[in-house]
Design a protein. Structure first.
Lengths: 411, 411
């Protein structure tokens, strides 16, 4: 079942994207704001991450505890997080709780208390989360890889830095919040058993008075291809890599999605079958896309034992490179049905629907219907896909973490 | 929207549980078999876990690669895993792929090749997964806590043991499979956009010929309350504990669910607010229920810094104990709406619906309708809940992991 996606713009710059799923009793919403970790000023890494927590610690006279209790009383689950370019604040609840839930979100974003004692708690937790990375080698690795990949502030992650937290104080962050927390460029996506009329009326009631500045964007820059190693006394060797791909606005977006699916989409996909099943090299291997507004990239991960690390990095990079030699008709069909099935299943969940609506609009300035995506995928011939793949020449940024250096591969 | 749940028994002992969700184009299914890690023979820990992987590595003349490729061609996502008492094999796909997907699952379970070379790959991966636990302190901790909690073979986890893997060979596991992989006591739960008639016809077509023995059950035994510490050079201190609670068949099941929700259900819940928000002691804290057929227990986890570990264990155990002094009306209402909202949202997803249908039938021998659960939760008064809570006296089994011993608390 598929229904219409509508976009409505408020005068303050907020865009409301909505899709009704009239057979459901629940509704999910994602509020996407146009700032993220890349907006952390130099020396204040982690600022936007602390802000994400701080905003919901009391608003308009309500205390932090009162906001939490009110959301609990509505049965509303809150989620979201700080990305590189955007911050998301999401909720899921019964349709009957939508009005009150949205009110609490609007208050928190437009009239947050931003009290000093709550700043301290939020910062303390963010610091602890950064420290806890030491016990999670694969997450630590991805945070570090980001620094080897991006030469601009896009290298920042939501974990922040020890230096950033030590410099950060409530006054500084309150000033930063004035510049960043804004309806301009923001998107509120809503999906579930609620009509467009009701959504727009509710959003107007609570969000229309919200005002803010235009959020600046930072130019994205990359480092050159590289391979580095982090010595750590871990039991396994963790390998992560990244290389440039394309954005949803560029030609070849669907071809790229099919290629990633051939590599890592299903149980018979190349990485799983060549690296894991056939050679037993790793207990975990995958490749996936990451997309920013002006840049798309592919990341891959493999976890293995120290004695198999050299072989793993060779096979992994070979497989990623070999895709440029083309795929066969069976691989294309498996990848296509995999993506089409996913499309249907994600379309049945309010949570992933709301999140996809917000991201799609953020990335390409409009929403693609499931029908449009389906047709685009179905229209790609094997010849067309393989022509595209010939142009794919991955330029790796590789980072490994483990008890000893691993083999250097061609970059 | 709520539709009828039907149960159908096959002559071979397999029970089919089905709920139609006619507004959906996808379908999910969970096949629950009546054996789990607790059935690993002594000295062969990890056997059922290797078996879970091995079963899907080829059947009825099809190779492992052919099975994987076929499932990919259908757009079917496979999941599941090895629990303590049960093993699950689950899938999600478009309704149009249901027939062929179910056929592949039936072949894999009733006519698996169980080839020697595939055994070696499956065992190698399971061994690597066990080794990788060393880099994941919190998961390692829960595996070890299981050994401190259960005195019977229920202490086994799906990770197995190094000794178990070294003893295990293909011939031994093939014999074990004959005793364990059986339709007797097995449950196939199906939820999604497919009619009961179609489901039963498909199941009969592919599963009716499957035969097997009755799977024995092991008597469950617990160790006495205890507190132990694992010295490991981690950056954080990880604390886990477990204590007996009740099963879904016992009176007080809903009261217990409400109590866990008061402790850990939402953002204003006691653990989150007392341990995390108010005192900033931990970056992560939670409590949750685990249910076996004849035993229910509550587990809790907290991750903190070494200097805050003593305070954290005190506050955590105090909060868990204090619940016996009762909750207030507001807490009850927040917990109730939280559980009711969850019930609706889980009921809208085919995956969690199928999994819940299988578990419910396994645990209590029937399926509770959402309406029944809703009424049961709504009928509980504050007085009734607090009377129940008076009888709750947690007897802790506590395990911590970190660079140094932590404070001993009252057990």
């Amino acid at each position: 079942m598929s229904t219409i996606i509508t976009q409505t713009s408020l005068d303050n710059g907020l865009t409301v994207v909505h899709q009704e799923m009239p057979w459901l009793s629940s509704v999910s919403f994602t509020l996407l704001l146009a700032y993220g970790a890349a907006h952390d000023p130099k020396g204040y890494e982690g600022a936007t991450s602390v802000l994400h927590d701080w905003l919901f610690r009391g608003a308009n006279g309500l205390s932090s505890k009162e906001i939490s209790n009110s959301l609990d009383s509505l049965g509303t689950r809150r989620g979201g997080g700080t990305g590189k370019e955007v911050s998301t604040f999401s909720g899921s609840c019964l349709v009957s709780s939508f009005d009150e839930s949205l009110k609490l979100f609007a208050l928190s974003l437009s009239q947050a208390n931003l009290a000093d004692d709550e700043f301290n708690s939020a910062k303390l937790l963010a610091q602890q989360e950064l420290e806890s990375l030491q016990d999670s080698p694969s997450q630590l690795l991805f945070r570090q890889l980001s620094k080897e990949y991006f030469a601009s502030s896009h290298s920042n992650s939501s974990y922040g830095s020890a230096e950033g937290f030590s410099n950060l104080n409530a006054k500084y962050l309150k000033n930063l919040a004035k510049k960043l927390v804004s309806p301009q460029g923001a998107i509120l996506a809503v999906a579930g058993g609620i009509s467009n009329e009701k959504v727009i009326a509710t959003v107007n009631k609570y969000f229309a008075a919200w005002q803010g500045q235009k959020v600046p964007t930072n130019t994205l820059k990359l480092h050159k291809p590289t391979q580095k190693h982090i010595n750590q006394d871990s039991s396994q060797v963790h390998i992560a890599l990244a290389y440039p791909a394309i954005t949803p606005k560029q030609d070849g977006w669907y071809e790229n999605a099919l290629a990633i699916s051939v590599l890592s989409g299903g149980m018979g996909a190349r990485l799983f079958s060549e690296v894991r099943e056939k050679r037993g090299l790793v207990y975990s291997v995958s490749a996936f896309s990451r997309v920013l507004k002006t840049h798309g990239y592919t990341m891959a991960y493999a976890g293995t034992t120290p004695d198999k690390a050299d072989k793993t990095i060779s096979v992994l990079t070979d497989e990623l490179r070999n895709i440029s030699k083309g795929v066969n008709q069976n691989e294309l069909e498996r990848a296509r049905i995999g993506l089409l099935s996913q499309l249907v299943m994600q379309g049945e969940s309010t949570g992933s629907k709301a999140s996809n609506l917000a991201n799609d609009y953020y990335l390409i300035g409009r929403n693609r219907s499931p029908q449009e995506i389906k047709e685009s995928l179905n229209n790609i011939s094997l010849e067309q896909l393989n022509e595209f793949l010939k142009t794919c020449n991955p330029e790796f940024r590789i980072l490994s973490l483990g008890p000893k250096e691993i083999k250097k591969v061609e970059l």
